[in-house]
Design a protein around this ligand. Structure first.
Ligand code: BG6
Length: 486
């Protein structure tokens, strides 16, 4: 592949690493997630059946993950065989600082991540590191109320400082937080938030969002002091909403829905809250702790590139009560009659990727980076040792085609494409293995039974071939990269 376009794959710690022994002091919010419908719902501590009361160690997906803690050497080798040149993974805050309050990080944990960096270096693969991927130590939730407390910012900065200092020579691309807008949809997963039935939920969500945004800026500020060549990206779950009909009320509904994501990138890229934010606070009786000093920090420490996940577009209607709904990343959306989910759990909309790339670049004029995209499906079957995932090949082909058009016809400076769950992993929304994304199959079922063997799916060979035929052009890419500055 003659290019320095970042073609790669992505995973997260909680969904892959395993090796947790479920000593309560070492758990994170992700380890607490139940295997039922409460998984994505807000957690209320005054409800009897809240996830703290019903927690048991019988079966939790992050017990084993895909045992990446022990298999990273062979997994990274497989990814090298695939031909990719970039790999996004997250560092587990809880693995390094089990209570979130230790001074010194856990040395086994540090060794594990150093070894991953060394493996990537061996194959010349660019690491893209997420510092917080839906993960916060449980102790910080019970002691401080997680990100609803300003105290957590300094604890996160200490963790970030150690990681950025120790691994400075290996990493250029950092993503401090995964999908910050998810705090409005899945607040326990996105921010470890716990409510009481008396709480103004939005007050807590926006307060926590502000502290995360502030922590994001402080990480950037400090990161440049450690190494001025670092590049930082924001991260939102993108996939903008189409109006259900041309009715202006539906168009406006789509606009309002997009704000829930774009507010987060606006702050991280432009350095300030959008114009409607004051009114949003007034209308919802929000009384937020946001100081002038905070606003200065946000203004002065913005990201270098706009990274985002894209699985599908959403759809909005002013009055959607009688319309069909369907699940999408983190929330329910009106079903778009022009899209199907016959291949995956969520609707498929390849052109939506081109639209999103254009929308984000036109809005921010900073290089963009697709750091998650892929087809999560329950269709994969092993037949005579093979997985004929034609639907995934179709998905990738269609999305790559739209991505190329965005680069070549629309002039979008795209840094790279990272396929989500490039090796099968535990799904966030379902907590199961059976919703699979990878081009590499992992032989584990929803009860963590199986050999844990890796099998290359048909899509693996297709992707490998695609990569060898479709470099996106070294010169173009250099032009793109040169636009990243701070
Ligand atoms: C994104 C997350 O929201 O969507 C990933 O960053 C997640 O961690 C991915 O796995 C797909 O969602 P799910 O629920 O299918 O795992």
């Amino acid at each position: 592949m003659q290019t320095n376009f970042l073609w790669g794959g992505a995973i997260s710690a909680g969904q892959t690493e395993g090796n947790k022994n479920h000593v309560k002091s070492k758990l994170s919010n992700f380890d607490m997630l139940p295997m039922d419908e409460r998984r994505l719902q807000p957690v209320y501590k005054d409800d009897d059946n809240n996830i703290f009361n019903t927690y048991n160690d019988d079966h939790h997906p992050s017990d084993l993950g895909i045992d990446f803690y022990h298999t990273y050497i062979q997994d990274i080798k497989l990814l090298h065989d695939l031909g990719i040149n970039a790999f996004r993974f997250s560092i587990s805050w809880t693995r390094l600082f089990p209570t979130g309050e230790e001074e010194i990080p856990n040395q086994d944990g540090m060794k594990f991540y150093r070894n991953i960096f060394k493996e990537l270096e061996k194959y010349n693969m660019e690491p893209i590191v997420t510092l917080s991927h839906f993960e916060i130590p449980l102790n910080l939730i019970t002691k401080y109320g997680s990100w609803s407390s300003r105290n957590v910012i300094d604890l996160f900065l200490h963790y970030a400082d150690i990681v950025m200092t120790e691994f400075s020579k290996y990493v250029k691309y950092w993503i401090p937080f995964n999908e910050l807008n998810m705090i409005l949809h899945i607040p326990f997963i996105g921010g470890g938030l716990v409510f009481t039935r008396k709480d103004n939920v939005l007050q807590k969500e926006y307060q926590a969002a502000h502290y995360q945004l502030l922590a994001n800026s402080l990480v950037i500020k400090h990161g440049y002091q450690i190494n001025p060549t670092f590049k930082f990206g924001c991260m939102i779950a993108a996939g903008m909403a189409s109006p259900y009909s041309p009715n202006p009320e539906d168009v406006w509904a789509a606009n309002l829905s997009d704000r829930k994501a774009l507010l987060f990138s606006d702050v991280q890229v432009r350095g300030n809250y959008p114009s409607y934010f004051d009114n949003l606070c007034k209308q919802n009786n929000l009384n937020l702790d946001i100081t002038d000093k905070d606003l200065k920090i946000l203004r002065e420490n913005t990201v270098d590139f706009v990274s985002f996940s894209y699985y599908s577009s959403a759809c909005s209607a002013a009055d959607g009560d009688n319309l069909k709904h369907t699940a999408t990343n983190g929330f329910e959306t009106v079903k778009n009659p022009y899209l199907t989910n016959e291949d995956g759990v969520w609707q498929v909309d390849p052109l939506g990727l081109r639209i999103t790339l254009n929308q984000l670049y036109e809005r921010y004029e900073r290089p963009v980076f697709i750091v998650e995209n892929g087809l999560g499906t329950t269709k994969d079957r092993v037949i005579d040792g093979q997985i004929h995932d034609t639907y995934r090949i179709k998905y990738l082909d269609q999305h790559f085609t739209e991505m190329k058009k965005a680069i070549e016809e629309d002039g979008i400076p795209l840094i790279g494409y990272l396929m989500w769950g490039i090796i099968d992993l535990v799904s966030v929304s379902q907590g199961k293995m059976s919703k699979r994304y990878g081009v590499v199959y992992v032989d584990l079922d929803d009860s963590e039974n199986g050999t844990n063997k890796r099998i290359k799916k048909d899509s693996f060979f297709w992707f490998k071939n695609y990569l060898s035929l479709n470099g996106l052009g070294e010169n173009n890419n250099e032009k793109r990269l040169s636009k990243i500055s701070h």
